[in-house]
Ligand binder design. Structure first.
Ligand code: SIN
Length: 192
């Protein structure tokens, strides 16, 4: 698979005759909505867990020094995030934003108010061209501490995600442990 999945995603679901589509965000899509939407509601999906196992060669790193961003891995857990109801043509923007290895998948969506819907979610599956995979928490934190890309510092991605998950009341031991390890590292090296 090439790094740019935007063209593949266009062919995965035909959204043209839909009035609106739900998209579930679990990473930067929770806190950075740089697209128009009709409504936005906290939600969760089942069977998935967030991991900093995907490389970012565009937003939070470079082709030579990719950063680390989140994807979902199959686990018997629920993943809390933010859902947006958008117009189908919003995917023109989202497909480009999420082009570094993410593919659109369909998923049942469980809103925190008890209602349900069908949604699309961008997942970078194991073995894609930008996949970095599992590493010890301290190693992931050190990798994030030194990475920067066109969307800014990788540490800012991590800390914004941690803050938005806390705001949602979501407990994510993986993300919170990496954020703690980053702070410990920065304290040791005298600041960010
Ligand atoms: C998402 O937020 O749903 C996908 C991963 C990201 O863009 O951080």
């Amino acid at each position: 698979m090439s790094f740019d999945t935007s063209q593949i995603n266009k062919l995965r679901q035909d959204l043209r005759d839909q009035e609106s589509v739900w998209v579930f965000g679990y990473g930067s899509l929770i806190y950075k909505a740089d697209f128009p939407y009709f409504e936005r509601k906290p939600a969760q999906i089942r069977g998935w867990s967030r991991r900093f196992w995907q490389g970012s060669h565009d937003h939070r790193g470079t082709p030579e020094h990719p950063g680390r961003v989140v994807t979902l891995v199959a686990r018997d857990e629920t993943c809390v995030g933010m859902a947006y109801r958008v117009a189908p043509d919003t995917f023109d923007h989202l497909d480009v934003r999420e082009k570094n290895g993410y593919l659109r998948f369909e998923t049942p969506l469980y809103f925190l108010d008890g209602t349900t819907a069908q949604a699309l979610v961008y997942i970078a599956t194991e073995g894609n061209a930008a996949w970095l995979g599992e590493a010890p928490i301290e190693e992931i934190a050190a990798h994030i501490a030194r990475s920067h890309g066109t969307s800014g510092a990788n540490r800012d991605y991590l800390l914004a995600l941690e803050a938005s998950l806390k705001e949602l009341g979501a407990h994510d031991p993986h993300v919170f442990a990496i954020a703690d390890a980053l702070r410990a590292l920065e304290a040791k090296s005298g600041g960010a």
